[in-house]
Design a binder for this molecule. Structure first.
Ligand SMILES: C[S@@+](CC[C@H](N)C(=O)[O-])C[C@H]1O[C@@H](n2cnc3c(N)ncnc32)[C@H](O)[C@@H]1O
Length: 222
């Protein structure tokens, strides 16, 4: 089936024995990929808007997986169904993702794996998930149409991360491939730009940004 590389990478990270819920499914192609190509028995795909769900329904019919992909119209984790143990959320802003998880924490008791690909605020997302009792078990970068996407796999279990480790990414910081360097270089430019814009009275933010610039220069050997 036709699916972009970013969604395929996310799909390939979903544990094969899981019952996954994709929040903000839009076209539902991720859930369809999971049941059609990965052998996952059943999946739930949800969205809080009718337009995307109509698209999802037409794709579910097209791929003939009506008995395997359940579509739900609901806000965030309100689409939780009994037995769900893995959540995926991608293509949404980091702060919206954090809000979705924070608003319905009670469902997280049953969730072992959370796979997230925020469009922005990825450091805030990592911080939130650690606070919610998850650790980072994988970090992958995918470049598509000249945009680099972060994909994080969080597994249940508390772990302590230093500020530096959480910022750089405990797994990413040990990768030496060209995409990782390209990503860190972009981050460095953004942080240097931010530092030039920060008003003088934001002492704490200035201090942290300077530390982040130093962290990036070290991993980039600059
Ligand atoms: C840009 S699309 C991303 C689609 C797909 N997940 C992907 O990565 O290609 C974001 C989708 O999230 C949905 N959405 C946004 N906020 C939501 C929320 N709080 N609960 C459920 N769905 C939401 C939108 O309606 C939209 O269909």
């Amino acid at each position: 089936m036709k699916i972009n590389n970013r969604l395929k990478v996310i799909g390939d990270l979903v544990p094969l024995s899981s019952y996954p819920l994709d929040i903000g499914c839009d076209h539902a192609l991720l859930s369809i990929y999971l049941v059609k190509e990965k052998g996952i028995k059943k999946a739930v795909a949800s969205d809080n808007k009718s337009g995307p769900l109509e698209k999802a329904s037409s794709n579910v019919n097209f791929y003939n997986v009506q008995d395997k992909v359940k579509l739900i119209k609901a806000e965030g984790l309100d689409s939780y169904c009994d037995g769900i143990n893995t959540i995926t959320i991608s293509g949404m802003g980091g702060l919206s993702i954090n809000k979705i998880l924070e608003n319905n924490k009670k469902y997280l008791r049953k969730i072992n794996t959370i796979i997230l690909s925020p469009n922005n605020y990825s450091i805030a997302v990592k911080r939130k998930l650690v606070k919610l009792g998850y650790h980072i078990s994988n970090e992958i970068l995918v470049k598509e149409k000249n945009i680099i996407y972060n994909i994080f796999v969080f597994e249940k279990g508390k772990r302590y991360y230093s500020r530096r480790k959480l910022f750089l990414g405990p797994i990413l910081m040990n990768k030496k491939d060209s995409l990782t360097f390209e990503y860190y270089n972009i981050l460095l430019k953004e942080k240097e730009h931010l530092l030039r814009l920060l008003p003088k009275h934001l002492n704490y933010k200035i201090r942290i940004t300077k530390k982040e610039i130093k962290d990036l220069k070290i991993v980039l050997n600059k």
